[in-house]
Ligand binder design. Structure first.
Ligand code: G16
Length: 565
């Protein structure tokens, strides 16, 4: 077949280093960029097969997100904008690891197993982040698509969620929106206008009564708009896209962008992962006490908020706090409209114990815990009418079932609905539109959070005070082969190596309100350790002791982990 000859020819320009093994991990392949050329070419091949199989457009995003600048990676996007299925992740691993001479055998095997019709047209959307290696690596993806005669559209520099959005728009014939970057901004920002204007109407209504006492209508509106926010762009694609979006929201939201890539290094001492892991502000950010700030990660699919108080103390509002704010807002609106829709929050083992207790005991919402990786959370959230999913690291979104969307839309149009119910239904409708339901999206989440705070008239301090986080610490341990650690119970317990879980259990018993778990990272060559306890000193000590147990029982390399203090 001519197509296979072309694959042979082009793959020799993207040869696999003999013996190199890569794993499709938590969010695709990730490694030092110099090992990835063949993986990109082959991901282009696989995306083309997936497109032929599904008769839909598939996305390929070249990014290593939160990893250091010298790394790169690739994420495959399925037709509805979600992550590719586990089965195809397996094919990706097989194809990428096939030695050069076996490539066609493995490729034909996948075609046969999946009964792919090779005469079917294929379409692949490709995007990339700002890493310098992304230029040649995305070209390798395009070569892979071309080798199997697929059509490709290169979106160039986009955030990961933007590419997810494009794929979904394309495959829903524009029902989800227009598959352009401009279309994305228009969709998200128009909704900010309407959410804010709804809010202004209410403010006006309230101010009408106060007018006679304080003559404060004008003042109230001016103090309400524009909102102001400082954003740390992690020196990545998010900063670039914020600049692009600025003109759309100038009068509603003023954004000061720091770490915009003009001088600093990607993700270096900045970005959502740094802020969450280090529990401190990014470098390069100007912060006034009490001012609302947020950080994106390297491909803008995560966001965390924070502020410093008048004593200079740093306060982090991570994915758990975001999930709580959004689900409280949605639950209140559902009560106002009188709709009985099942709402749930999906978290991972990293969720702070206080957040889970607050959600279950005070808010009385269903809480589910899944393995790390948005693909797992997304799947679990789909089981509910409204599924709010967030990882503590700030990656998350909200999913509305078709039934929920229909019921809400009907209410907005029902002539018998009173004004208060109609306003609440309209806000729910606007939330559906502003949120990127394909995947966690820092820009979309940020616009929703800003709108919620404005609507509720809430300061960042009031949001933070909803519940108090248990002090916690995350550490990384280097081991020879992190696959020796296997886990169960949504990664909360280790089943191997022998003795590790018993060691963790006895260490946890030493501290009050303590919890700890370990798991191999799926994006970095490390074992992650999480610990929480009643005090920061206890959380730090527990994290260190568990790190030592990992180092000793799981084949640690380099120096033994040192205590934090
Ligand atoms: C990716 C995944 C996230 C996950 C994170 C860390 O994020 O999309 O779901 O939480 O990796 O995963 P791990 O602990 O396995 O390294 P990103 O933002 O890097 O794409």
């Amino acid at each position: 077949m001519a197509q296979f000859q072309e694959v042979s020819k082009l793959s020799s320009q993207h040869p696999k280093p003999p013996g190199l093994v890569l794993q499709y991990g938590t969010a695709g392949f990730r490694s030092n960029a110099k090992h990835l050329d063949h993986a990109m070419f082959r991901t282009g091949l696989l995306a083309t097969l997936r497109s032929k199989k599904t008769k839909a457009t598939i996305g390929v995003m070249v990014t290593a997100s939160h990893n250091p600048e010298e790394d790169n990676g690739v994420k495959l996007i399925d037709p509805m904008g979600n992550m590719v299925t586990a089965e195809w992740e397996g094919y990706a691993t097989q194809l990428v690891n096939a030695e050069q001479d076996d490539l066609l055998i493995v490729l034909k095997d996948i075609i046969e197993k999946e009964t792919v019709n090779m005469s079917q047209e294929a379409n692949v959307f490709v995007g990339k982040d700002t890493r310098s290696s992304s230029v040649s690596l995305s070209q390798a993806v395009l070569d892979g698509v071309l080798a199997l005669s697929g059509h490709s559209k290169d979106y160039g520099l986009v955030t990961t969620p933007q590419l997810h959005y494009m794929v979904c728009c394309q495959n829903t014939q524009g029902k989800y929106g227009e598959p352009t970057v401009e279309g994305y901004y228009r969709k998200l920002c128009q909704l900010l206008y309407s959410i804010v204007s709804l809010c202004v109407c209410v403010s006006l209504f309230v101010c009408f009564f106060f007018f006679f006492f304080f003559s404060s209508v004008q003042h109230a509106i001016h103090s309400f708009l524009p909102l102001h926010l400082s954003v740390d762009g992690a020196n990545g694609i998010g900063a670039l896209k914020l600049h692009e979006m600025e003109s759309h929201v100038k009068s509603e939201l003023q954004i000061s962008v720091f770490n915009d890539g003009s001088k600093g290094k990607l993700n270096y001492e900045c970005g959502a992962d740094f802020v969450k892991m280090q529990q401190k502000p990014p470098t390069g950010m100007e912060m006034s006490p009490g001012e609302r700030c947020c950080s994106y990660d390297g491909d803008a699919d995560r966001i965390v908020y924070y502020y410093t108080d008048s004593e200079g103390q740093f306060h982090l509002l991570d994915g758990d706090k975001i999930a709580t704010l959004i689900s409280t807002f949605l639950k209140e609106l559902l009560t106002q409209v009188g709709l009985d829709l099942k709402i749930a929050v999906v978290q991972t083992a990293y969720a702070n114990g206080s957040s889970t207790r607050y959600l279950e005991d005070t808010m009385k919402v269903i809480v589910r815990c899944t393995k790390t990786g948005v693909k797992h959370l997304h799947h679990a959230a789909q089981e509910f009418d409204i599924g709010v999913y967030f990882e503590a690291n700030g990656h998350g979104t909200v999913l509305f079932s078709e039934v929920a969307e229909e019921k809400i839309q009907l209410l907005t149009q029902d002539p018998n609905t009173n004004d208060e119910r109609k306003r609440a239904a309209q806000l729910l409708q606007n939330t559906i539109n502003v949120i990127n339901q394909t995947v966690g999206d820092a820009i979309s989440d940020m616009l929703l959070i800003e709108a919620i705070l404005a609507i509720k008239g809430m300061t960042v301090q009031q949001w933070d005070a909803i519940y108090t986080d248990l002090p916690n610490r995350q550490l990384k341990v280097k081991v020879a082969d992190r696959r020796v650690i296997d886990t169960t119970d949504a990664e909360r317990r280790a089943v191997s190596p022998a003795g590790l879980q018993e060691a963790i259990d006895s260490l946890v018993k030493k501290y009050k309100l303590a919890r700890s778990f370990v798991r191999p990272s799926g994006t970095e060559d490390v074992v992650r350790v999480y610990a929480e306890a009643e005090t920061q000193e206890s959380a730090d000590a527990l994290a260190h002791e568990v790190s030592l147990a990992v180092y000793r029982l799981a084949g640690g390399v380099g120096d033994e982990p040192k205590p934090l203090h």
